[in-house]
Ligand binder design. Structure first.
Ligand code: PEP
Ligand code: MN
Length: 262
């Protein structure tokens, strides 16, 4: 393979500093709603998350939805809300950029830019992400091999931005018992060859609330560098990914149990 940046021949280990958080050094807890819906929704969710000890807040403003008729996110208004809440509580943020036309705008408001599973193969977007001076959270494509995923990271790093965090979020397989199949084995496989931090999103593969916790615990046990979990102040009424979003209480329990696995 003609990798130049993602392998250990380039660097032994990558630690990405975002304020006081060091991704790649200590297990990080990223949590927040799937979508930013209103100031109150995000504020009230984050207030509890900060109490629990979250490291980074997540929340989507530009949403890649399967149906064009469902909630598409608040766009820039959502980013403004995220920034306001982040400033109030002093917690860094991650949010998705879906398009080369707005990635610079997203970068103005957030600390980490997410490239979602559906855009892992969007090479123009990866190249733009590579020109930014903000860390990139690169989700694995729905059907991406490890090789394709690492090349996607390579696209970003080649442009100069070497602060890439990989995020395994489940892949499409023949199984029907979960929304996606969480490929736990990809964590040690990445660690064998790459210096990049890798986190796990247990929410999207789970697809339902009651099995998020065991997947999160597996992430800690298998050596992931962190988890990103969807949490909502009122998950039953969430405008996206309601079924897999945790209540504050379920998230508190999850964090307590994950910590025992570290
Ligand atoms: C998300 O994080 O809400 C999301 C849309 O993720 P993915 O790109 O992994 O589906
Ligand atoms: Mn989601």
């Amino acid at each position: 393979m003609d990798y130049k940046y993602v392998t250990k021949s380039f660097r032994d280990r990558t630690v990405i500093k975002i304020g006081e958080v060091e991704v790649g050094k200590k297990f990080v807890f990223i949590a927040g709603p799937c979508s930013i819906e209103s100031y109150k929704q995000l504020h009230d969710t984050v207030e509890h998350l900060v109490d629990i000890g979250v490291d980074i807040i997540r929340g989507g403003a530009y949403k890649p939805r399967t149906s064009p008729y469902t909630f598409q996110g608040l766009g820039e208004e959502g980013l403004k809300i995220l920034k306001k809440v982040s400033d109030k509580f002093g917690v860094p943020t991650v949010s998705e950029a879906m398009d080369t036309r707005h990635i610079n705008k997203v970068a103005k408001y957030v600390d980490i830019i997410q490239i979602g599973a559906r855009n892992m193969y969007n090479y123009p977007l990866l190249k733009e992400a590579g020109k930014l001076d903000k860390p990139i959270l690169l989700k694995r494509g729905l059907s991406a091999t490890l090789r394709e995923w690492l090349y996607a990271a390579e696209y970003i790093m080649k442009e100069g931005n070497t602060d890439v965090i990989l995020c395994e979020r489940g892949i499409r397989t023949f199984t029907q018992h979960t929304r996606f199949t969480l490929d736990i084995a990809v964590v040690p496989s990445v660690k064998e060859i790459s210096h990049l931090p890798i986190i796990i999103d247990p929410s999207h593969p789970a697809g339902r609330r009651n099995i998020v916790k065991p997947l999160a615990k597996a992430a800690a046990c298998v050596g992931a560098d962190g988890i990103m979990v969807e949490v909502h102040i009122d998950p039953d009424n969430a405008l996206s990914d309601s079924k897999q979003s945790l209540t504050i209480e379920l998230y508190r329990e999850l964090v307590n149990e994950v910590k025992k696995c570290l």
